[in-house]
Ligand binder design. Structure first.
Ligand SMILES: *[C@@H]1O[C@H](CO)[C@@H](O)[C@H](O)[C@H]1NC(C)=O
Ligand SMILES: *[C@@H]1O[C@H](CO)[C@@H](O)[C@H](O)[C@H]1NC(C)=O
Length: 362
């Protein structure tokens, strides 16, 4: 019994490993099916480029009329084919080189026997001969039609999975604005400007609509959040800031925007405000007073009520407040200002400071 536990665990581990490997193989095989077609497409593209590149070439050397007749023309020669085949792949592309190597005789067959009847190399080679691709609008091992038909997959409003390859499942991933299996339906915020069984054009609604039947704000089915219906049944912006109870904090003001609002910090001299700056205060913050509609700092030091009245103290005004410091030559000790001990030799320089610093400020 005791040994059953670890054994079972081991079995489980083994099973999950096998599952994982199988899963990866399936994924890999799928990628191979589309990947092989992409590789083949590159090869045939490069073949066509090679054809163009060699179109003006000849055998080199004395290309006389006699030689042309004798050796068959360069245009259809094996030498030209070899030159083109050599340029089909980057040396670093393993998949490409493998595919070319594996199917080299097909290029010869096509070059000498099929080219005239089947001029489209991609079609002849990738689709019909080595069967790694499908015709446009079809997908999968048997080249079935994509959802919506092979002429206009996804009704022209999306991409068919595996389109043109032997992979994929043929289902649509719709372009922005479209949804549904067939990409004929519109997503929220879009409406069908034109629609029948095979064709659909989805256009964006007015920004005020969540859903709509037309392009204006009077054609909303439902207003988006932040908009509301007015008397004419059009969706209009809600002014959240007009509400009796402001949605913002006390030291903020409300700024209405299309479909929303934002809260901005009041100026620091305000206690509550209706907008930005020291002239939009509802009341002044403590330490500030209303001066012709603007909150300004109170100079407590020059107020009639004396502040900093203790001995040897001086008043320093600050923004919104003041501080009491010890007069020069005195220093703070246990809440009192006591004379700073003055070493003999530095007496002169210290005393000269004493007279300038504080009185200059006052
Ligand atoms: C659907 O509409 C498109 C575009 O207006 C048109 O070309 C097509 O013929 C219509 N199809 C049908 C079945 O009505
Ligand atoms: C006004 O505020 C109340 C309470 O916060 C809220 O229920 C209401 O929706 C607001 N009205 C507007 C127009 O924002």
């Amino acid at each position: 019994m005791l040994s059953a536990g670890p054994q079972r665990l081991l079995l489980l581990l083994l099973l999950s490993c096998v599952t994982l490997v199988l899963l990866f193989q399936v994924v890999d095989a799928k990628r191979d099916l589309t990947g092989a077609c992409v590789t083949c497409q590159q090869i045939t593209d490069n073949f066509n480029k090679g054809l163009e590149r060699t179109v003006k070439q000849n055998f080199g050397g004395g290309n006389t009329a006699w030689e042309e007749r004798k050796l068959s023309k360069y245009e259809t020669s094996e030498i030209r084919l070899m030159e083109i085949v050599e340029g089909l792949c980057d040396s670093s592309s393993f998949e490409c080189n493998r595919m070319v190597e594996e199917h080299e005789e097909h290029f010869e067959t096509w070059w000498f026997k099929r080219k005239a009847k089947h001029p489209d190399l991609h079609k002849w080679f990738c689709i019909e001969t080595i069967k790694v691709c499908c015709p446009k609008g079809t997908f999968g091992p048997h080249c079935n039609s994509c959802v919506g038909g092979s002429d206009r997959p996804c009704h022209g409003n999306g991409m068919c999975d595996g389109d043109g390859t032997r992979g994929g499942n043929g289902k649509c991933s719709c372009d922005h604005g479209y949804k549904g299996e067939f990409c004929l339906d519109c997503i929220d915020g879009y409406f069908n400007e034109v629609r029948n069984d095979t064709f659909s054009l989805c256009t964006e609604c007015d920004t005020s609509c969540k859903t709509c039947t037309g392009a204006t704000n009077q054609e909303c089915d439902e207003c988006k959040e932040g908009w509301e219906e007015d008397d004419q049944e059009a969706c209009v912006d809600v002014n959240e800031c007009a509400n009796d109870s402001s949605p913002c904090e006390e030291d903020q003001y409300c700024l209405n925007t299309e479909g929303s609002y934002s809260c901005k910090a009041c100026d620091s001299v305000c206690s509550g405000c209706t907008g930005a700056g020291p002239d939009k205060c509802q009341a002044c913050a403590s330490g500030y007073q209303d001066t012709e509609g603007t909150c300004t700092d109170i100079d407590e030091c020059s107020q009639p009520e004396a502040v900093c009245i203790e001995e040897h103290r001086e008043c320093i005004n600050t923004k919104g407040s003041y501080t009491c410091i010890c007069s020069s030559g005195y220093e703070e000790q246990d809440g009192e200002c006591v004379q700073t001990p003055q070493p003999e030799k530095e007496e002169e320089s210290e005393s000269s400071e004493t007279t300038t610093t504080p009185h200059g400020e006052l």
